[in-house]
Every structure is written in C-alpha cells, then in structure tokens.
Design a binder for this molecule. Sequence first.
Ligand SMILES: *Cc1c(COP(=O)(O)O)cnc(C)c1O
Length: 387
Amino acid sequence: MPPELPFLPFALPDTGEEEIAEVSEAIRSGWITTGPKAKRFERDFGMFLGDTQLHCMAVNSATAGLHLALEALGVGPGDEVITTTHTFTATAEVVRYLGADVVLVDVDWRTLCIDVRQLEAAITTRTKAVIPVHYAGLSADMTTLMAIACKHGLKVVEDAAHALPTTSDGRLVGTLDSDITVFSFYANKTISTGEGGMVVTRDTSLAERIKVMRLHGINRDAFDRFRSTKPAWYYEVIAPGFKYNMTDIAAGMGIAQLAKLPRFVARRQYLAERYGERLASLPLLLPALPPPGEIHAWHLYVIRLTEDATISRDALIQALSDKGIGTSVHYIPLHRQPYWRDRYGLNAQMFPHSEAAYQRMLSIPLFTAMDDSDQDRVIAALYELLS
Ligand SMILES: *Cc1c(COP(=O)(O)O)cnc(C)c1O
C-alpha cells in the first residue's frame, strides 16, 4: 500500500458545519435535554416520510425503540417473537428484556431478509409478533409477511435500522401496514445523531404508551411541564418506565442530517451502482437489487465470494486491510453467538442460508463522504486479489 494513502474505513459519518450549528444552538440555548429540537426532529421526520397521520417518537437508540415497541404491544413472559438469525443481537435481545422468547428463522438466500416460508413454519400458539429486518437497506417481502401476520393475528415491528429510506410496493418503510417501525441513527447508519433512534406508528394508543414509557412512565415529558397550565412541578408516574428520550443535542444533529438525506440517498445509489457495474466480472455474488422502481437505502454493500474464488473470505479481509481498506461482516449470525446458541440449542444446520452467506460475506466501504477515487481503490484492490 502506498504510504501516503490514509486508511479507508468501511463506514464514516458525513457531518459538517450544519450539524455543528444546530448542536451549538442547542447548547447555547440552555435547553440540552429533550425539548424543542427533539420535537422539530420528530416533525421533520414525519414530513420526510410524507404521512401526517404518523406519530414519530425520538429515542436514544433503535434498541430502546424496539424495546418500547414490544412493551407497548404487550409482549411478555410466555410469548414468542420471531426474527432472523442474520441480524444484530439488538433485534433479538429486546425480546428477552421482556421475558419473552426469541424464535430465530433462516433468511432468503438472495436478499438475506426473512424467509417468509420459514416464518410461517415457525408460528406456534405462543407466537405474538414478528420482527422483519430490512437487511442492508432492501425491504423484506412485506406484502407476503403482512398477509401471514394478518392470517395468524401476529403483531409486526419492523427493524428499519438499515432502511432510511427504503420502499416496499412504492411506499416508504415507516408508512407500511405494520404496527410499529424503528429506525436507528447509530454512527454508521444512513443518518446519525451519534446514538439515537425513531419509533414510528400510526396507532395513537401505542404512541401514547411509548411516549410515557420512554420517560420514566411519566405522563407528560419535561418540556411540556414547562409549558402546561398545570404547575410546572406536577407530574404523575403511571408505570415503571425507562430512560430512553433523545437529547436536543442529538436531535440537533438529526435535523441537519435529515435535511441532507436526499443528497445522501443519491450518493449511496450512485456508489452502489458503480460497484455493481465494476465488480460484475469478479467471482462475487453481488447484493440483490430492489424490484424496479423501489428504493434501496444501501446502508451496506455486502459482497459474497463465489465457489470460483481462489482466496478465502478471512484472507481477503486481511489482504484488503493490508492495503488500507476497512471491511466488516454483517453479521456473525445469532445462532453462532454463545448466548443465543446455548439458550435455544441452535446449530448451523438449522440455518443453511445464513450460515453459507456468513462464511463468504464481507461489507466493503460505502459511505457518502467517500469520493470516487476512494471507491476506485477498493475496486482495484478487489481486482488484484480476485482475478
Ligand atoms: C444498528 C442496528 C440496531 C441497533 O441500533 P442502535 O441505534 O445502535 O440501538 C438494531 N438492528 C439492526 C439490524 C441494526 O443494524
């Protein structure tokens, strides 16, 4: 690797003076916890999704949002919640927070989203909900999934951590017919607030429960207390809630990032298309494309080595790293993680698609702040190592 080239990570946030201005304004205003910026971010988010009927609730992580979503839906001990093995542990851990059990199923080989036939086969009388993950930013098969959920009376919570913005049948994820959708603003997601998330629902009573539980089970948030006609010191605790509210410092970043999202989307699409064209002749299985006219968020660009490749996945990751190129693996499947494996007696044979994908996959650099020459470095390195 020529020594003058800096290390190219697989992801980096894209922030600038706009984020600094919004965050500084929050700090200078003296209101740094949940307040006017969080409200504004929620309103802007609803406007981005283009549906005024939606309740958008900012929280301090998507993990917190998924927990709140399942709590509001009444998931508890004795219940089962189905999701895929090919996800981050946060998707499943929230089920255990509530004392319910996780049922993991395999993914579709091509999309790495939930295999809807496996979903239907895993439903029991205890199944309460399903959590589809829109893997890498491509929508799960929501039409089939919603029909199955409807037929069996299951709740649906979308893990949309990768899916801003993603469409299914021309509709943005967040406006579909599921019960609740949860987005993430973790550092490497398509927009970031450092840490943060957004819970979205059309159901007013679910929204009320989520708002109460995200702030200690108090029936009005702190900001409202200062504007209400009731005395400022008065509040009521109606449940043992959580501490999951988003600060105005984080929300300031979110406001600035959301305003840039249309540009971010275009850049990610451009980079993904360019990878698609230039890597086509290598011994790689490239990511599944969305159906014509649908939006893929391209949070991740996941390639898989085919049988023809003469280098192993681990050796390829090491060789790229030696050339100053960062990669990652999304994900080490949950069935391989000690906690999930041991609790549910899982093994690789139960999840052939996830397992085979895991052994051959890597995520290569894709982020809006990289320029074409950064991408050319990745492409050239892959040519050198694979052809
Ligand atoms: C990032 C991520 C989460 C968790 O998001 P946080 O905001 O970090 O809590 C959940 N599920 C998936 C699929 C993710 O990629």
